[in-house]
Ligand binder design. Structure first.
Ligand SMILES: [Zn+2]
Ligand SMILES: [Zn+2]
Length: 260
């Protein structure tokens, strides 16, 4: 069984067939889903899905793209939402200097504030970082984020960054990007991640893995990410997939405190 540790199940692209998306995931062997909040309204939708589905868990938080919209009532409402027992993480939060949808100074300030909220709530961080390595690491250190821990989702940074993230106690989660051509540097990172820090995710509906690239992504395809990780770590060993399923599922349950 697998856990899709990062998916946006509330996305409107699933509105016409969300039940079928769940059904295909179950058939493919996905046992649980962590659906992610990106702003106040998607945090509400994520929690709603977790309330409706026994195998769905939620995170709440504000994505760096959206932090410029934070209004005074957002944090109190997010903290209220986080009291729901199926809220298992805080995020996605972080820095994105690739798109710069929010001014960088605001991104940094809101990242710090949300690390503090996560610490107060004792929820692991779900971190999004893109082209912001130095600032991400500096803020995590200054805010003592290792006290709460968490995950670098959709890991696509280099080996040096991976080593520093691991040294702070974080987990690294890999997405469909590892199935793309030119992903050899990420394959090298995967070989260096200890077994007890490795996670997999789809980030669906984005980042569809090969061989479905170009189509809408969905949780069932996390099997293709598990297969790729197995091939990288164990070559063509027939037990590789089962080992990856076992260890990534154990890791996800430990990090998000989900009982089996
Ligand atoms: Zn992200
Ligand atoms: Zn995401």
């Amino acid at each position: 069984m697998l856990i899709d540790t990062h998916v946006h199940l509330d996305d409107s692209r699933y509105d016409s067939d969300r039940d079928a998306v769940f059904q295909r995931a179950h058939t493919a062997g996905i046992e649980s889903f962590i659906t992610i909040g990106c702003d106040l309204s998607t945090s509400y939708s994520a929690v709603q899905l977790a309330v409706e589905h026994s195998d769905v868990y939620a995170t709440v938080g504000v994505h760096p793209h959206e932090v410029k919209h934070i209004a005074p009532h957002w944090y109190p409402e997010l903290c209220q939402l986080a009291r729901q027992p199926k809220v298992v993480g805080f995020g996605e939060i972080g820095l994105d200097y690739h798109y710069d949808h929010s001014p960088r100074e605001i991104q940094r300030q809101r990242f710090r504030e949300q690390i503090a909220l996560a610490y107060a709530l004792q929820l692991p961080l779900v971190i999004h970082t893109r082209q912001a390595q130095a600032d991400t690491l500096a803020i995590l250190r200054e805010e003592r984020a290792e006290r709460v821990g968490g995950i670098f989702h959709c890991f696509s940074e280099d080996l040096s960054f991976a080593r520093q993230a691991l040294a702070m106690g974080f987990y690294l989660s890999f997405s469909g990007i590892i199935t793309f051509r030119n992903a050899s540097a990420l394959h090298e990172v995967i070989r260096c991640v200890p077994d007890d820090r490795l996670l997999i995710e789809t980030d669906a509906p984005y980042l569809t893995p090969v061989p479905f690239r170009g189509k809408r992504n969905e949780s069932a395809y996390v099997t293709h990410i598990a297969k790729q990780v197995a091939a990288i770590k164990y070559g063509d060993s027939p037990s590789g997939y089962a080992r990856i399923a076992e260890l990534t599922t154990t890791n996800a349950r430990r990090l998000f405190r989900i009982s089996s």
